[in-house]
Every structure is written in C-alpha cells, then in structure tokens.
Design a protein around this ligand. Structure first.
Ligand SMILES: [Fe+2]
Length: 735
C-alpha cells in the first residue's frame, strides 16, 4: 500500500520553529507521526530559524529521501496568505529565502489559519465526539488572539474570533518588558505569581471590558504588531502600553514585593479572562467537553480555574499547545480535511496516546556513544534507581522518544525525591541553575493521584493544577500556595517511568516523585544521549540513566566535556550543510543578497507607505463617484486626515461617528472639534453611504462592530496587521 506523507511547518520565523510529518496509507484511518522543535536539535533556545534540522529529522524517521515523496506541505498564515513572505513587514529574511529555494512544488503547498492549526492539534487528539474549542495566544493570523471553534464529528467550525490585543500578549509584555524575565519567561511569571497577594494590586485592570469573545485591554495595551522591519532595523520602536510600568533591573531581586505583586496581578487577570472566555464558549456550544490550545493554554493554573468555574465536564489541553505544536496541528488538519487524504469511511478521532513524538535512540547507539567517550556504565536496575531517589540522589532520566512541547513527561527528565523539603532548593541551584522560587512538578501513579491531589481527572500532560492534600508529605513538589502542576502516569503511556515510581512507592510508601525537564537554565531540553551526558557534566546530577545503562557521574572524567561539545557542534554544522543541499535548490549568496535588498525595500513600503497610497486611491475612487461617506473612528486620527491627507477635505462626508468617544492615543483626554455632524449610530438614512474607518488603534474593533451592527454597509479600512500609523508616513514625507 502506497504511503502518503504530510509535512507541517510554521510559515514564519518563530521562537518555536519545528516540523512534523504524518504518515498514512491506503484506506486506514490510523496514522503515525513524528514531530520535533528546532531548538532541541541545534541546541539554541528560541531560534527563530527555518526548521531545516527538524524537517531532516522527521524525514529520516520515515526513511524519506527527498521532498518529492512529500504529498502535501501545510503551513499557517500569519500576516497574509503568501508562502514566500512570512509577512510583508517582516525582517527575518533568511527564513524566507530558504522558503523561496525550498525544493517542493508550490502546487503541493497549502496554508491555513494559525488558530485553526491549534484547534486541529487539540480536537483531533482529544478522543471527544464533540467539543467546544478555545484558542488563546499572543497573535495568530491577522492579529487574531481569541477564537471559539466547535468540533463535531470530525469537522471543526469557527464560531467567533477577536483580533488586535489580548491576554496572551499582555502576559508576554509584562514578563519581558516589566519583570525582565526574558523571551519565553511566562512560566517564570506564573511561578512567581503565588508570592503576591490579593487586594494589594499594583496593576489596575478595572477599565478592562469583557464582552463575549472580546477581551478589551485597550486601556492598558496598544494593538499589535509590536515589531516590524523598522524596529528590527533599529528604527523607532512601537509603543506597547498605554500605562507606565517600571522595568526591573537584573540586579533587583525578583522576589521584591513590587515584582511578585505584578506577577500576581497579571496571573489573576489571566485566570479571570480565561474563566470568562470558557463561560462564553459554553453559552455558544452544547458540548460538555472543552479543548484548549494556544500559548496561553500553557498556563496550567488558569486552565484549572476555567475548568473549575465553568460547566464543562471534560477538559483536554494539547501538550504542545504553544506554537511548538503548530506543525502537528497543520498536518492533522490536512489529514482530516484535505481531499488528498479522503478515505471511504469516516476518520475516527483517536485519543492522544502520549506526548512522545521524537525518535528513539536505541541501546546499541547509546552504547557506542558511551564507548566513544570512554564512559563507564552499569546495567539499569529500576529498583536501584528508585532507591537512589529515596536516598536524596538526583537522577538524569533519558528514555525512548522525546516529548513534544515544553514539559518533560518522563523521557527527558530530572528526577528527585518529592518528600525531601530541601530538594526544591537543591535542584533549582545546583542542577538547573535557576531562580529559587521556581516550583517543580510531581509525577504520580495514576491510580494514586486522588490520594495526593484534589483533582477531578488524570492529568497526563502536566497541564492541570491541583491543591496538594498533604503538602508536608511531598514538600518539594508543593508550590508556595499549596498547589502542584500534576503529571499522572499510567503503564500504557510510559511503562518504564511508571515502574520507577511504583518501585519508589515500594520503598517509601509514596507513589509520587519530583519531575522536571532535563535541561540547564537557558538551554533547550536534551534530545540526544550526548546532550544528556553534557547535561550531567554541567550540573550536580548524581546518576544518569540512558536507556538501559546507568552512569555514575563521579566516575566520569570531566575532561570529555570539551570533546563532546566540539563533536556536537561539528555534527550540527554538517547536518545543516546536508539539509541545505538536499532540501533547497541552489543556495546562492548573490541571489540571496539581491533577495534581501528587494524584500527590505518591499517591507518598508508595506509598513509605512501602503496605508497612505491605499487611502489615496480610495479617496480618488469615491470622489469620482461622488460617494457619501460616514467616518467611523477616533477624534485624533480623523483630525490627522483632515490636516494632512490629500483630497480628504473634498470628500462628501455625511457624518462622523466616534468610536466610544476615544482618541487613538487613549491618554489624550481632549477631543478635537471636528467640522462634521457627529452621530451616535448609523441610520437607515445613510444607507447609500460607505464607511471609512478612521482609526489605527481600534480599526479591528470598529471593523468587528460594523460587521455585527451594519453588515449591509461597505467599509474601507486602510490599515492592516502589518501597517504603522499614518503619522509615520507624514513624518517621513514632510514637505
Ligand atoms: Fe499560536
């Protein structure tokens, strides 16, 4: 039976860059897949590079020699549905150049909505027959932040969406620009939050308004995007906030009252926001089930609050719910929806078996590596390792295939005793070299989870949070607020890990151990046996378990470290060269230079000039036809057009309808007097008019309102998801 392959990659240079391949064959609805994030393979966190290594890794897994064997390449859409440019104002040119010379026929490329890929990743692995699907992230296609979908049978339907600004980006801005916890530091903010207190708020969310799917943070947050070609190239930065926030210097202790309170406040708001969205989704679907994905779904505390405070009976959160899971979402969407994979019977929805999507490193391979570096080892005896843990030893645990997403679930883990009250400090300082407040998760036998945690259902992917019933029994996995991010483990999902915990229980009576990801601070989770050996050498891990071998760290010559690092670097470089050769046609430096020059020019034009010329053309059209125009926008932007925009004054303007009586600059209290009749709603009298949206900040909100309240009207919006405000154009083009 001929096998078919779907390759999924993100369309833009993301920090979560990666790839997935799904294999299917004939009339069977079963499928196999492999997925990996690029950072694991190139040993650089948040790489923003084209996933050359990931694609090769996935191809090798299925023994695919050439891209010709791929039946369909699925990618997402961020700014516009174009394959070659991730976004017209984007600056990551290398990523796009590789796409330009990628050796695949363009006829085989399909692009879909980013949130639809998130939705597919979670619904098609939920095992549910129907479900409400909630997607919340920083930004998806055309600045989409919140989306409601409904899954029925094997179809997913969009119910509603909201663009522009949401809780994901607010959490990101506070983490990065205020708490100074770096790119991808949202988990740290979540860990810090319980150190703050209720009723001591520093951040004021009282002006935030929720209305259905709309979570309007405009009182705090500016609309996206926050970076473009201009800011990338050292030009004027985009203002992100409407409020002033302090920025923590690296010297300022993160546990100072101010910082932990800010973390508390933004976490508290996130929980409120997700509960609201969960309740709204429940109103719009009949299902008792909810699926959640998108970067915000990594917030396990908020997931749990949503579940506890809504009427959904079952919840499923996809383990790689951030953009790391997009490549899989793209592939699985195509499997269920693209005509190329249509089969006679209806495809069933299978429940995700586990999150181990990487490739397996066999014992033979591990043995040869140990031999190469002259590392002594013993055979694995599970009860011995359990005993070590019970005696306070720290174990590096490397088994089978790596996990998809940011959580280590017992295949690339560091393990320790959950009962030891000092273990949190020891592992944070000596092993992971990270902040002392960061909590650790418990891995608990599935049959025992109710003994230790107040939680309604198993949580195999560490994406739910529960109150710890006896915190004194398992102090090293109990957070300051008495909760834990639980991983339940059963035999089917991970036999060897289950057996280890079972053995630990035999010795100690406690069926629960500390489980944290196997990586050093600032490093990706280990992928290969070599990465794991280096991980051991860089920390105070006592024993490293590699497949069926055990290494005592005291017996390892530390001098091999240099050689392993060098060999690994060489291997990564050679893999890259090989990948470029086999996946692209004629990587040519001259051509690349020309491409960069052309695309940079293009990007500048799209960012700054496009809104001006689009509006200019529209004005010309309207003038020729003598159309009646109603302005729907803000005072300051409308005034800007009045003063600076060619031809604007001579338009046949019927009236001005202010959006919520706002200025684009929300802090400017004074509203300019405009020489138009001001109206509060558009009446039937204006039916022969067209609407011009005169706002940058609120153009998406206004567009939404027009679609809802005035669907019969034509409207024109000269801004899009990558433009800068017109004032930038006028500043540059001063006469
Ligand atoms: Fe996303």
């Amino acid at each position: 039976m001929k096998k078919k392959y779907i390759l999924g990659i993100q369309c833009f240079a993301t920090m979560d860059s990666g790839a997935c391949i799904i294999q299917t064959s004939g009339e069977s609805d079963k499928y196999e897949y492999v997925a990996i994030s690029e950072e694991r393979l190139i040993r650089k966190k948040h790489p923003y590079t084209f996933p050359l290594h990931s694609i090769k890794y996935c191809m090798e897994h299925f023994k695919i020699n050439s891209l010709n064997e791929i039946d369909l390449l699925v990618s997402d859409i961020i700014r516009e549905p174009v394959w070659h440019r991730s976004g017209p104002s984007y600056n990551v040119k290398e990523f796009d150049y590789i796409k330009k010379i990628f050796k695949i026929s363009e006829k085989k490329i399909v692009q879909i909505n980013h949130h639809l890929a998130h939705a597919a990743s979670v619904y098609y692995t939920s095992g549910f027959k129907n479900s409400g699907i909630l997607i919340v992230d920083g930004n998806g296609t055309d600045l989409e932040t919140n989306s409601f979908f409904e899954g029925k049978g094997n179809k997913i339907k969009l119910i509603d969406k909201y663009n522009g600004r949401g809780i994901g980006i607010l959490y990101n801005v506070i983490t990065k620009d205020c708490l100074n916890l770096g790119t991808g530091g949202e988990g740290k903010t979540m860990g810090l939050a319980p150190f703050g207190r209720k009723n001591k708020s520093i951040l004021d969310f009282s002006k935030v308004k929720y209305d259905g799917i709309v979570t309007d943070y405009s009182s705090i947050l500016r609309r996206l995007p926050f970076s473009d070609i201009i800011s990338f190239s050292g030009g004027e930065k985009i203002k992100k906030l409407n409020i002033n926030l302090p920025k923590r210097s690296k010297q300022s202790n993160i546990l100072n009252h101010k910082w932990r309170q800010i973390a508390f406040d933004v976490q508290n708001e996130t929980e409120k926001c997700l509960i609201h969205l969960g309740k709204e989704l429940k109103k719009r679907v009949k299902s008792q089930n909810i699926c959640i994905a998108g970067g915000v779904a990594l917030n396990s505390v908020a997931n749990q609050k949503l579940f506890d405070n809504t009427k959904f009976k079952n919840i499923f959160v996809y383990p790689a719910c951030s953009d790391a899971g997009i490549p899989f979402g793209l592939c699985i969407w195509a499997l269920y929806n693209h005509p190329l994979f249509k089969i006679k019977k209806r495809r069933r929805i299978f429940k995700l078996k586990n999150a181990y999507t990487g490739k397996i490193y066999e014992d033979k391979k591990i043995k040869s590596i140990l031999k190469k570096y002259n590392i002594q080892y013993n055979s694995l005896k599970i009860n011995k390792i359990a005993e070590y843990i019970s005696k306070g030893k720290i174990i590096g645990w490397f088994q089978n295939a790596s996990e998809y997403g940011p959580r280590a679930l017992g295949n690339r883990s560091i393990l320790a005793d959950s009962r030891n009250p000092h273990m949190q400090d020891i592992v944070n300082h000596k092993v992971k070299h990270r902040e002392s407040f960061r909590p650790f998760a418990p891995a608990v036998l599935e049959e025992d989870y109710k003994k230790y945690f107040k939680i309604k259902q198993p949580s195999p992917y560490m994406l739910l949070v529960a109150k710890v019933i006896k915190p004194k029994l398992i102090p090293s996995v109990t957070h300051i607020d008495g909760t834990a991010r639980v991983q339940t483990v059963n035999k089917k999902q991970n036999k060897i890990f289950y057996n280890l915990i079972k053995n630990f229980k035999k010795i100690t009576g406690v069926g629960c151990i500390l489980n944290t990801s196997f990586n050093d601070a600032g490093e990706p989770i280990v992928e290969t046996p070599e990465d794991a050996i280096l991980g051991m050498l860089n920390s105070k891990i006592d024993y490293l378990v590699l497949g069926n071998f055990v290494i005592d760290s005291k017996k390892v010559n530390k001098l091999i470290k240099k050689k392993i690092v060098k060999d690994r670097e060489k291997r990564i470089q050679s893999n890259e060269k090989k990948a470029i050769r086999s996946l692209t046609k004629n990587y040519d430096y001259k051509d690349r230079k020309k491409y960069f020059k052309k695309e940079t020019k293009n990007a500048y034009w799209n960012t700054i000039q496009k809104p001006f010329f689009d509006l200019k053309n529209q004005i010309k059209n309207w003038k020729n036809k003598n159309n009646k125009i109603v302005l729907f926008g803000t005072y300051d932007e409308t005034n800007l057009l009045l003063n600076k925009m060619e031809g604007f004054k001579s338009l046949n303007i019927e009236a001005f309808m202010p959006y919520k009586h706002f200025n684009d600059d929300i802090n400017k209290r004074n509203k300019v007097k405009l020489p138009f009749k001001t109206i509060r709603k558009i009446s039937k009298k204006q039916i022969d008019s067209e609407i011009l949206i005169t706002s940058y900040e609120f153009c998406y909100d206004i567009e939404r309102e027009i679609k809802l309240k005035y669907p019969m009207f034509n409207y024109f919006n000269y801004y899009n998801g990558y433009s800068r405000n017109l004032s930038n154009y006028f500043k540059i083009n001063k006469k």
